[in-house]
Ligand binder design. Structure first.
Ligand code: FEO
Length: 379
């Protein structure tokens, strides 16, 4: 991390769900930075849940000096939660934001004396550092911009390149960044691709995101992963078996299918949709090239946990994947028809024509049908 860029963000383990729905068993980090120069700029504030820690870090970083600018890259409350705190301390500080963000300040009850709006490519000199603003609408709100500082080769990337998890937890970046990306930003692949195109023209040594760790050595790797994710291409060849089971029979069929696929050399990940983190299931569906959905028929449609899972995939613009379907029914099979109708409404889904209907328990002929389906999946 550059000497003149000071981390003033904070982590919490006291929040159960991020954005009211995403499990964060390893906590969450809300990042904020001070650029110490002739004129001092603060890059974003933090969620109210970490106000006290942030204020301590801010005071240490400022060391009695007054900030000139507060750069607002993103107004979602996890970043705008302390703008008013700062305005009370420094009423004449200048807020720097996009024109769109300016129109949104009022709804966040923010009334500032000084607001400077910036456009694509505008520059702001702090002395030895010059901030260059790059608009990034819909990554992941319309008012978003990112900030590049050339002398440090630093990209302040707003929500992009973030992850779930507090900074005092050592865990895989890609697993929690993938779960964060597809669930939070996943619908906005095209805007992310547009931002990546602009980023490809920059020499980036360090990425300073608003969540997760500061990225240095892994910059090429994370840019590559983001290119794959934002283009909706699979990250790996493999099969994700997503199943839901009422009485254990569909679960048995799912695990049997996993064995069959693995015997044939496939990489397989399996998940019980009723007893797992749905955000992780969404991330796994995007990770692999093939999705196998296995569920009972229910109320003339498909069993609720599977309906919920597919609905989430649809809202995240799930596309460019092979999908296979298996249903269970003791009477009136309806799950395949319902699942098929949903996937047919998604872009570029290669639905495997052969489907399997299990009648309650898994029998010898079902195993043969699952073997044939596995062969088609691996074709
Ligand atoms: Fe971290 Fe879109 O807010």
């Amino acid at each position: 991390m550059a000497e003149s860029i000071k981390y003033i963000g904070a982590s919490t383990h006291d929040l159960d769900l991020f954005e009211g729905q995403y499990s964060i068993s390893n906590g969450m980090a809300y990042n904020s930075y001070v650029i110490d120069d002739e004129k001092i700029a603060i890059i974003d504030t933090v969620d109210k849940i970490v106000t006290d820690k942030w204020l301590d870090n801010l005071k240490k970083a400022l060391d009695g000096k007054e900030p000139t600018y507060l750069v607002l890259e993103h107004l979602e409350p996890d970043h705008s939660g302390n703008i008013n705190t700062l305005l009370k301390m420094y009423p004449s500080i200048t807020l720097v934001c996009t024109a769109k963000a300016k129109t949104m300040l009022e709804q966040f009850d923010i009334k500032a004396e000084n607001v400077m709006t910036v456009k694509e490519g505008d520059e702001l000199s702090l002395g030895n550092h010059t901030l260059k603003f790059i608009l990034a609408p819909m990554v992941h709100w319309p008012e978003v911009m990112v900030t590049y500082e050339e002398s440090e080769k630093a990209l302040f990337s707003a929500d992009a390149f973030g992850k779930f998890g507090a900074l005092d937890v050592d865990e895989s970046w890609s697993d929690e960044a993938r779960r964060y990306y597809f669930n939070i930003v996943g619908k906005y692949g095209l805007p992310v691709t547009n931002l990546l195109k602009k980023a490809s023209a920059l020499d980036i040594k360090t990425i300073y995101p608003l969540h997760g760790p500061i990225l240095t050595d892994t910059v090429p790797e994370v840019l590559k992963l983001y290119t794959t994710w934002s283009s909706y291409e699979p990250e790996e060849n493999g099969v994700f078996i997503a199943y839901a089971s009422m009485h254990g029979n569909t679960a048995e069929a799912a695990h049997k299918t996993k064995e069959i696929l693995e015997e044939k050399g496939a990489k397989v990940t399996i998940s019980d949709l009723s007893r797992s983190d749905m955000a992780q299931n969404v991330a796994d569906a995007f990770r692999y090239g093939t999705l196998l959905c296995m569920a009972p028929s229910y109320d003339g449609t498909v069993f609720t946990p599977m309906a919920d899972f597919i609905h989430r995939l649809k809202t995240k613009l799930y596309q460019n994947r092979r999908v296979a379907l298996v249903e269970n029914a003791s009477w009136a099979p309806s799950a395949v028809k319902a699942m098929k109708a949903e996937f047919e409404g998604m872009k570029n889904i290669d639905l495997i024509e052969n489907t399997v209907t299990i009648k309650t328990t898994v029998k010898e002929n079902d195993i043969k049908a699952l073997e044939a389906l596995a062969d088609e999946i691996l074709k």
